[in-house]
Design a protein around this ligand. Structure first.
Ligand code: ADP
Ligand code: MG
Length: 617
């Protein structure tokens, strides 16, 4: 007895719909993609009740004649590819010829379309995959598709829908993705018959980002310095070091204009950010990868969410490099803020400063006076020997708590010294220390708060990394070598990374099955139980290191260890120490976040202060 049956067309479409149309947002995605492929200049997306009761997409693209309109509802009917060769180099968003029949099979569907210049258009009504009406339609040129009661005939699917709010959020995410990828198309979003968002045509991605997320987000972003690498280009905008989100909601990646979710790309982003991203956080990116369509296979996933690269390593490298270069470029911004002289007190910048001067010249000792350069240098030379900020050599780090025998001087004392003329070329003025943790200072842009602990971590981190790259971290022999064993998988990991560990100053070697012998440790480490310490570090490194690159591994290792040795939050520092800390910080590659991605400095601009005090609206 034969058991195999050919599925009726409608049922086959419903099966296919299971893959293509997961939720209302997927309908929006497919319809908007079709409008983009049809050369639309304006696209309107209307939704009701999270798209569950109605989705409508209207475009001014080239439309279809009646034959095409009917054909577009057949499975495997597409105008976008015709041969296997076309499949190898796709440059449209669609190509599978599945979306319209799939959507029409699980909803009450209405298509009206009209070619530009045609006397009349066509209207087709479909109900659960069955064409019910075909007639002339009188809409404007372009195409309009309305999808009502999604999944009304597939209760199993309907049950999986989430709340109206969640579905709306998913739709908006899709909408933003498409809008970001196509700034030259105007987009509008209509929610429950009210216009929720209108995005005008623009030539720049920057404007599109601002129109969607507001100007504040732009302040947090840097434009990728793009560089053509043999036809492979990475461009767009990414969050500054230290800017991150708890979810991927603002991590947008596009490959040839198509929004993609790709493990390879996410990992590359993470690697590019590395210490500039807090653990467990996600970067903010609007990143475009452009390459020859023949280099990427988009026919991998039914919803076209994933792609396969012919040379994934090349794409990864391009992204890592672009992200790193861009983040470092952000440093120029900070340097600019710190390179202009701070307006001298009583200068011409604001009436407020004059008032302060009046007060300070009347008060004996003038509260706002700043120590002169000469004075600082003097402190410097007297107390240099007891500096706690080791930027020249990490190995010469004095142990914490031992900073010479003179008691620490509270930094703000300097401000009560007899009034001195502030130097006009001073790039920042230290005002004091708040809560024994935050250094308050003034630069040309306004007020800056520096987390002294985070700052010190960053300085130590970069110093150690430099040493590791140059000559390896100096290590110190232990009095008694220690032998310890590890679980097989950890042991395998260590075997694999022995050379890197040695370069990091850990004298480790294999000592029989799953056993190791450690006889030296980096000089900057002071641990009583070397084996215990290593077990812990190895465990952490194993889980946090995404890549096996020795440099990255070394960075992770350093980031793990420096924290313990950086200036503790409430270690009182002396004035010259603080000054040196700030100077060393500004000389770092990534001065604005610690090796764990937390910010080291917060700038509050004059403009922000004026706004807060109601001087300016
Ligand atoms: P695909 O996009 O993969 O080709 P679809 O099922 O999404 O498959 O669409 C089928 C065909 O219908 C498309 O190839 C296109 O020719 C036509 N079509 C769909 N939407 C539109 C539209 N908005 N404007 C013009 N033509 C469209
Ligand atoms: Mg399509």
């Amino acid at each position: 007895m034969s058991r195999i049956k050919l599925l009726p067309e409608t049922l086959a479409s419903q099966v296919a719909a299971g893959e293509v149309v997961e939720r209302p947002a997927s309908v929006v995605k497919e319809l908007v993609e079709n409008s983009i492929d049809a050369g639309a200049r304006a696209i309107e997306v209307g939704i009701q009740r999270g798209g569950m009761s109605r989705i409508r997409v209207v475009d001014d693209g080239y439309g279809m004649d009646r034959d095409d309109a009917l054909l577009s509802l057949e499975r495997h009917a597409t105008s976008k590819i015709a041969s296997a060769a076309d499949l190898a180099a796709i440059n449209t968003l669609g190509f599978r010829g599945e979306a319209l029949p799939s959507i029409a099979s699980v909803s009450r569907f209405r298509l009206t379309t009209r070619e530009h210049g045609a006397v009349a258009g066509t209207e087709i009504l479909v109900n659960g995959g069955r064409i019910e009406t075909v007639r002339d339609g009188g809409e404007a040129p372009g195409t309009q598709i309305e999808v009502r009661s999604l999944f009304y005939n597939v209760p199993a699917r309907r049950k999986f829908l989430r709340s109206e709010t969640t579905e709306t959020r998913n739709i908006e995410h899709q909408f933003f993705l498409q809008a970001l990828a196509h700034p030259a198309i105007s987009f509008s979003l209509v929610r429950e018959d009210k216009i929720a968002l209108q995005l005008p045509i623009t030539t720049s991605l920057r404007d599109r980002i601002r129109d969607i997320y507001g100007a504040e987000l732009l302040d947090d972003l840097l434009e990728i310095l793009s560089r053509d690498r043999g036809g492979l280009q990475v461009r767009g905008w990414i969050g500054r070091a230290g800017v991150s989100r708890q979810t991927r909601s603002q991590q947008f990646v596009f490959v040839n204009g198509r929004a993609i979710e790709s493990g390879i790309l996410s990992t590359a982003l993470r690697e590019g950010y590395h210490t500039a991203l807090m653990r467990g956080q996600f970067p903010v990116t609007c990143l475009f990868v452009e390459l020859d369509p023949r280099e990427v296979d988009v026919n991998v996933h039914p919803a076209k969410r994933e792609v396969r690269f012919r040379d994934p390593a090349r794409v990864r490298e391009a992204i890592v490099e672009a992200v790193q270069r861009t983040l470092e470029s952000g440093r120029a911004d900070w340097q600019r803020k710190f390179s202009a002289p701070v307006p001298a007190i009583g200068g011409t910048t604001s009436a407020g400063a004059e008032a302060v001067e009046r007060v300070s010249s009347q008060t004996p000792g003038g509260i706002m006076a700043t120590p002169s350069r000469a004075e600082i240098t003097e402190w410097d030379s007297v107390r240099r020997s007891s500096f706690a900020v080791p930027s020249q050599s990490a190995s010469q780090l004095p142990p914490l708590g031992d900073r010479g025998d003179s008691p620490p001087i509270e930094v703000n004392r300097a401000y009560f010294e007899p009034q001195v003329e502030p130097r006009r070329d001073q790039q920042f003025q230290i005002i004091g220390v708040l809560n024994r943790l935050y250094v308050l200072m003034e630069n040309s842009d306004g007020l800056v708060l520096v987390d002294q602990h985070a700052a010190h971590e960053r300085i130590l981190f970069e110093e150690l990394r430099r040493r590791m790259e140059e000559q390896g971290v100096p290590s110190q022999r232990m009095l008694l070598p220690q032998i310890f064993s590890l679980p097989p998988r950890d042991a395998e990991w260590v075997e694999h990374n022995v050379a890197t560990l040695q370069k990091m100053g850990i004298g480790i070697e294999s000592f029989g099955a799953n056993s190791f012998r450690v006889d030296s440790l980096p000089t900057f480490l002071e641990v009583a139980d070397a084996a215990g310490f290593l077990r812990k570090v190895i465990d952490e490194l194993k889980t946090t290191s995404h890549s096996s690159s020795p440099l990255r591994l070394g960075e992770d290792m350093i980031a793990k260890t420096v924290c313990r040795h950086a200036v503790k939050a409430n270690d009182p520092l002396r004035y010259p120490e603080i000054e040196k800390l700030i100077r060393d910080l500004l000389a770092c590659d990534l001065p604005y976040c610690c090796p764990h991605g937390r910010p080291t400095m917060i700038q509050i601009s004059h403009a922000e202060l004026e706004k807060k005090f109601g001087r300016k609206v």
